[in-house]
Design a protein around this ligand. Structure first.
Ligand SMILES: Cc1ncc(COP(=O)(O)O)c(C=O)c1O
Length: 427
């Protein structure tokens, strides 16, 4: 992938050759002069979702009322989970949609620790998403029996050395918790290698796939992964706060006991037994009533990803992040930017972090631009990262070219100086 042409015409040629280009038409794009590069945080709205939601609200809820539970609602978590399983190399009955990623992490980490006798070490790394670490800290606070969390350090803030991580896993390790594609730098861990080392030492590995699902191929069964969680509102376009998913390998489903015992995790919720008896399948990892409207909204985005296929999406995503880096080298490196993501596309997910001391004000100038300038929506991550998310199912080469050109312009003209450093609640 050697790019030499910076022109917008060349970007358009790349789009014309893209075999996935028609998927863009399946999404709502209200303003062609707003370039959206934040699909790694909140994916775009698939047009089909509008229809699905209308039907879910007007007919299923409005007309069918409670009868809808027996007309598909009660199976929806497992049915849509089975579809998602295809994207992460799992069997249909190993994945279920439920709760938030953080809650699922609590449940599966709790289940793994309970199953590990006399082991007190949990391993994670400093590039992990803070919520995952908070969940582990809270769990230890709750069970309070001498557990420690060993944090593998990064050195450059971009990558985690896999050998260093592997060397940390020993006979006292109960659990390793890693975010497969790191949220800030997009570094991708070597799942097969870490699983293999951990299994040799008898430790569980719990993967957070939030930034991988829909962007990086994952083979949970092929790498013998035991446990995973992830969200559906980023690359999968499930909508704001759409419920998350969890994966438990088939042979562990009857063995592991998760700590949140709710009626939908029980064997027969409508027997109303007073004592909890866990379901014997993936349902035991559910807790309470699913948010049906949000749950149903996940399906159109999933279907589009299944049609496009993860191999084709990954191929396009690698080409697009390489293209973005080509323009970055030409246009932004000379303007005081640094790269906050791995150079090697094999270990890079589908967003690229670029770093600049004025990153926050630059992001404001990008988002709040006034016509005739185009708007570009990235996100900002402290201290100085602009994250540019490529969602290959709808991001075009032209989008990337226009966005990078706009960033160059903002920095060259110092347009960002017109903006304050005042932060909003959500960045
Ligand atoms: C890697 C990762 N893990 C966990 C979370 C938290 O997810 P939730 O808010 O669904 O619990 C996020 C949220 O962005 C995330 O990026």
């Amino acid at each position: 992938m050697n790019f030499t042409d910076e022109s917008i015409n060349h970007a358009r040629k790349l789009d014309a050759r893209d075999e996935l280009r028609e998927f863009r038409d399946e999404f709502v794009i209200v303003d062609p002069d707003t370039i959206y590069l934040d699909g790694n945080s909140l994916g775009r709205l698939p047009s089909k979702t509008i229809e699905i939601l209308k039907d879910a609200v007007e007919r299923q809820w409005g007309e069918r009322l409670i009868r809808s539970w027996n007309e598909g609602w009660i199976e929806a978590s497992a049915r849509i989970g089975a579809k998602l399983a295809n994207l992460v190399g799992a069997k249909p009955d190993e994945v279920i949609i439920t709760d938030a990623t953080s809650v699922n992490l609590f449940k599966l980490a709790g289940a793994a620790l309970k199953d590990q006798k006399n082991r007190t070490k949990i391993i994670s790394d400093e590039l992990n998403f803070p919520s995952d670490l908070y969940i582990l800290q809270g769990l230890i606070d709750l069970i309070g029996s001498g557990y420690t969390i060993e944090m593998v350090t990064s050195g450059d803030g971009i990558q985690i050395n896999q050998e260093t991580l592997a060397n940390e896993i020993d006979k006292n390790t109960a659990l390793v918790v890693l975010t497969h594609t790191c949220f800030r730098s997009a570094f991708v861990h070597n799942m097969a290698f870490i699983n293999q080392i951990a299994h040799r030492k008898g430790a569980y590995v719990l993967w957070d796939l939030s930034h991988s699902v829909g962007s990086v191929p994952v083979d949970l069964n092929g790498t013998e992964a035991e446990l995973a969680v992830g969200c559906t509102y980023k690359y999968l376009n499930g909508g704001p706060g759409s419920p998350a998913f969890l994966y438990v390998r088939k042979d562990l489903q009857k063995k592991l006991i998760q700590p949140l015992w709710g009626w939908l995790g029980s064997k027969d919720p409508f027997s109303f037994n007073l004592d909890f008896m866990p379901a014997e399948n993936i349902s035991r990892f559910q807790v309470g009533t699913p948010p049906i409207v949000s749950l149903l909204a996940i399906e159109p985005g999933l279907d589009l990803h299944l049609q496009a296929g993860m191999d084709r999406l990954r191929k396009k995503s690698m080409m697009q992040t390489e293209y973005l880096l080509f323009l970055f080298n030409q246009w932004l490196l000379p303007l005081g930017f640094n790269l906050g993501s791995p150079r090697n596309p094999e270990i890079r997910g589908s967003h690229v972090s670029i770093r600049h001391p004025e990153a926050f004000r630059i992001s404001k100038a990008m988002i709040e631009a006034k016509k005739p300038d185009i708007k570009v929506i990235p996100d900002f991550r402290i201290p100085d990262n602009l994250r540019l998310g490529i969602a290959s199912i709808y991001t075009s080469f032209e989008d990337i070219n226009r966005a990078m050109r706009r960033i160059k312009e903002i920095v060259e003209r110092k347009t960002y100086e017109q903006y304050t450093g005042e932060r909003m609640k959500v960045t």
